[in-house]
Design a protein. Sequence first.
Length: 128
Amino acid sequence: MSMNIFIDTNIYLSFYHLSDEDLEEIRKLSVLLEREEVWFWLPQQVKDEFFRNRENKAQDAIKRLKDQNKKVSFPVFCKNYPEFDEIRELQGNFNNKMKNLKGIWGQVSPFAFHARGGKTQDLTPEVL
Protein backbone atom coordinates (compact mmCIF):
# COMPACT_ATOMS: atom_id res chain seq x y z
CA MET A 1 0.00 0.00 0.00
CA SER A 2 1.38 3.41 -0.93
CA MET A 3 1.42 6.52 1.24
CA ASN A 4 0.24 10.00 0.23
CA ILE A 5 2.36 13.03 1.10
CA PHE A 6 1.12 16.61 1.06
CA ILE A 7 3.44 19.43 2.08
CA ASP A 8 2.88 23.08 2.81
CA THR A 9 4.76 25.76 0.88
CA ASN A 10 6.74 26.72 4.00
CA ILE A 11 8.05 23.16 4.28
CA TYR A 12 8.96 23.19 0.61
CA LEU A 13 10.77 26.51 0.99
CA SER A 14 12.66 25.20 4.02
CA PHE A 15 14.60 22.94 1.64
CA TYR A 16 16.92 25.92 1.06
CA HIS A 17 18.09 25.62 4.67
CA LEU A 18 18.62 21.86 4.82
CA SER A 19 21.86 20.20 5.83
CA ASP A 20 23.57 17.35 3.96
CA GLU A 21 21.95 14.86 6.32
CA ASP A 22 18.50 16.31 5.61
CA LEU A 23 19.14 16.18 1.88
CA GLU A 24 20.12 12.52 2.19
CA GLU A 25 16.71 11.82 3.73
CA ILE A 26 15.07 13.58 0.79
CA ARG A 27 17.10 11.40 -1.60
CA LYS A 28 15.70 8.37 0.23
CA LEU A 29 12.23 9.78 -0.28
CA SER A 30 12.91 10.18 -4.00
CA VAL A 31 13.67 6.45 -4.19
CA LEU A 32 10.30 5.70 -2.60
CA LEU A 33 8.67 8.03 -5.13
CA GLU A 34 10.36 6.22 -8.02
CA ARG A 35 9.11 2.87 -6.67
CA GLU A 36 5.64 4.39 -6.33
CA GLU A 37 5.61 3.45 -2.65
CA VAL A 38 4.86 7.09 -1.90
CA TRP A 39 2.68 9.55 -3.80
CA PHE A 40 3.63 13.19 -3.58
CA TRP A 41 0.77 15.65 -4.08
CA LEU A 42 1.61 19.24 -4.88
CA PRO A 43 -1.37 21.57 -5.40
CA GLN A 44 -1.04 24.46 -7.84
CA GLN A 45 -1.34 26.94 -4.96
CA VAL A 46 1.80 25.47 -3.35
CA LYS A 47 3.67 25.72 -6.67
CA ASP A 48 2.60 29.34 -7.11
CA GLU A 49 3.56 30.28 -3.54
CA PHE A 50 6.90 28.49 -3.93
CA PHE A 51 7.86 30.42 -7.07
CA ARG A 52 6.63 33.67 -5.54
CA ASN A 53 8.73 33.24 -2.36
CA ARG A 54 11.75 31.15 -3.33
CA GLU A 55 14.05 34.06 -4.19
CA ASN A 56 13.61 35.60 -0.73
CA LYS A 57 14.21 32.22 0.92
CA ALA A 58 17.36 31.55 -1.12
CA GLN A 59 18.68 35.04 -0.41
CA ASP A 60 17.97 34.50 3.30
CA ALA A 61 19.97 31.25 3.27
CA ILE A 62 22.91 33.03 1.64
CA LYS A 63 22.64 35.94 4.08
CA ARG A 64 22.69 33.58 7.07
CA LEU A 65 25.85 31.96 5.78
CA LYS A 66 27.51 35.29 5.07
CA ASP A 67 26.59 36.60 8.53
CA GLN A 68 28.21 33.74 10.34
CA ASN A 69 31.10 34.91 12.44
CA LYS A 70 33.80 32.30 12.65
CA LYS A 71 36.27 34.47 14.54
CA VAL A 72 36.84 32.82 17.87
CA SER A 73 38.46 34.56 20.80
CA PHE A 74 40.80 32.51 22.92
CA PRO A 75 41.98 33.18 26.43
CA VAL A 76 45.67 34.07 26.57
CA PHE A 77 46.65 30.75 28.19
CA CYS A 78 45.42 28.83 25.11
CA LYS A 79 48.25 30.26 23.03
CA ASN A 80 50.65 27.83 24.70
CA TYR A 81 48.81 24.76 23.41
CA PRO A 82 50.00 23.21 20.13
CA GLU A 83 46.42 23.16 18.78
CA PHE A 84 46.18 26.94 18.98
CA ASP A 85 48.33 27.59 15.91
CA GLU A 86 46.50 24.93 13.92
CA ILE A 87 43.11 26.41 14.83
CA ARG A 88 44.25 29.89 13.83
CA GLU A 89 45.50 28.55 10.49
CA LEU A 90 42.20 26.77 9.89
CA GLN A 91 40.32 29.97 10.71
CA GLY A 92 42.40 31.83 8.13
CA ASN A 93 41.68 29.15 5.52
CA PHE A 94 37.97 29.28 6.35
CA ASN A 95 37.86 33.06 6.03
CA ASN A 96 39.65 32.93 2.66
CA LYS A 97 37.25 30.28 1.33
CA MET A 98 34.24 32.28 2.53
CA LYS A 99 35.62 35.38 0.82
CA ASN A 100 35.93 33.42 -2.43
CA LEU A 101 32.39 32.08 -2.10
CA LYS A 102 30.99 35.53 -1.44
CA GLY A 103 32.57 36.69 -4.70
CA ILE A 104 31.01 33.79 -6.59
CA TRP A 105 27.56 34.34 -5.04
CA GLY A 106 27.40 37.78 -6.61
CA GLN A 107 27.83 36.23 -10.06
CA VAL A 108 25.36 33.31 -10.00
CA SER A 109 21.70 32.73 -9.47
CA PRO A 110 20.69 32.00 -5.87
CA PHE A 111 18.97 28.89 -7.27
CA ALA A 112 22.17 27.30 -8.52
CA PHE A 113 24.94 25.54 -6.70
CA HIS A 114 28.15 23.95 -7.84
CA ALA A 115 28.26 20.24 -7.21
CA ARG A 116 31.54 18.69 -6.18
CA GLY A 117 32.32 17.76 -9.79
CA GLY A 118 32.11 21.42 -10.79
CA LYS A 119 28.73 20.97 -12.47
CA THR A 120 26.15 23.68 -11.77
CA GLN A 121 22.79 22.37 -10.60
CA ASP A 122 19.45 24.12 -10.18
CA LEU A 123 18.06 24.17 -6.65
CA THR A 124 14.47 24.36 -7.88
CA PRO A 125 12.91 21.05 -6.88
CA GLU A 126 12.37 18.72 -9.83
CA VAL A 127 8.81 18.03 -8.78
CA LEU A 128 7.76 21.48 -9.91
